[in-house]
Design a protein around this ligand. Structure first.
Ligand SMILES: [Fe+2]
Ligand SMILES: [Fe+2]
Length: 285
């Protein structure tokens, strides 16, 4: 129990989670702005969802390195985890990149790990995929996460634990928040790319937000250039591929403070970093 004794009452960590990085707009914004955000906010630990950072679909090793060098301690993926083929090898060699726990039995990489944070502290990060309205029938995320949380009690083996729950349905994300309340420091939804207005700390000390929103150009349709999705909605026909919108990006996510001794979230704040005004003026009208 020496580990517990090292952590004082009241001392805690400042964590930032950033939602799905979309395309060049999202990743250059993370590259250019995260280092200053990390310093100004005195962040101890940063997790970035990178599943759409390369062309809107998946994450290449080069782009993963950009996010890590910008200040992400961990990059999570999602249903697009292996859209970029090189990720199949890269995820095995780079422990700071996590794919969903319940992606597939044969998938390379891991869905949960314990990471070092400043001051000898440990942080568990895990990601799971939902089942409702998802294209593929992934395994049950609740039973996938349960043993991970049991093996890494917050305030015990780890000082904080973060769960990125990547799914479409708000109901399923709500359910996961309550399922993990009292066990995780943070449960945050990703995948739908639109931030929700329900960030709060649940009674058991688990910070929760149904969706963190994306890091990308919001003058878009969930990060994609508007033309093709609008055409499909209006005509039911597709003419081309979806392409990420290229205007200036807003970074969206969640700031959470935790207590080292208990692993509980003590505060949660929606995080939004708008593009600099000069870049905003270049946004498409
Ligand atoms: Fe996404
Ligand atoms: Fe996704």
């Amino acid at each position: 129990m020496w580990l517990r004794a090292d952590f004082r009452n009241g001392a805690g960590m400042k964590l930032l989670f950033l939602g799905d990085v979309v395309g060049r707009a999202g990743r250059t914004a993370v590259r250019d702005r995260l280092p200053a955000i990390r310093a100004a906010r005195r962040l101890d630990f940063v997790v970035v969802n990178g599943e759409n950072a390369t062309g809107g679909a998946g994450l290449s090793p080069d782009h993963a390195r950009i996010l890590l060098e910008a200040g992400a301690d961990v990059v999570t993926l999602g249903d697009h985890a292996f859209d970029q083929r090189d990720m199949l090898q890269f995820v095995e060699s780079e422990p700071r990149v996590l794919r969903p726990l319940n992606y597939a039995k044969a998938a390379p990489g891991r869905g949960a790990r314990v990471y070092d944070a400043p001051g000898g502290r440990k942080v568990l990060v895990a990601q799971a995929l939902g089942q409702v309205f998802m294209k593929r029938p992934f395994d049950d995320p609740f039973s996938a996460l349960d043993p991970v949380l049991k093996q890494h009690p917050r305030g015990g083996l780890v000082q904080a634990s973060l769960v990125d729950f990547h799914c479409e349905a708000t109901s399923e994300k709500n359910a996961m928040g309550w399922y993990c309340d009292g066990r995780a420091s943070l449960v945050v939804g990703t995948h739908t790319h639109v931030p929700t207005a329900d960030a709060r700390v649940l009674p058991g000390g688990t910070a929760y937000q149904t969706d963190a929103g994306m890091c990308g150009d919001y003058a878009s349709i969930i990060g994609m250039d508007r033309e093709e999705p609008l055409r499909r909605f209006l005509t039911g026909m597709s003419k081309g591929r979806f392409a990420p919108a290229e205007g200036a990006a807003t970074l969206c996510g969640l700031l959470v403070e935790t207590d080292d001794r208990t692993g509980r979230a003590t505060s949660v704040e929606v995080f939004r970093d708008e593009p600099p005004i000069a870049d905003r003026e270049a946004l498409p009208s």
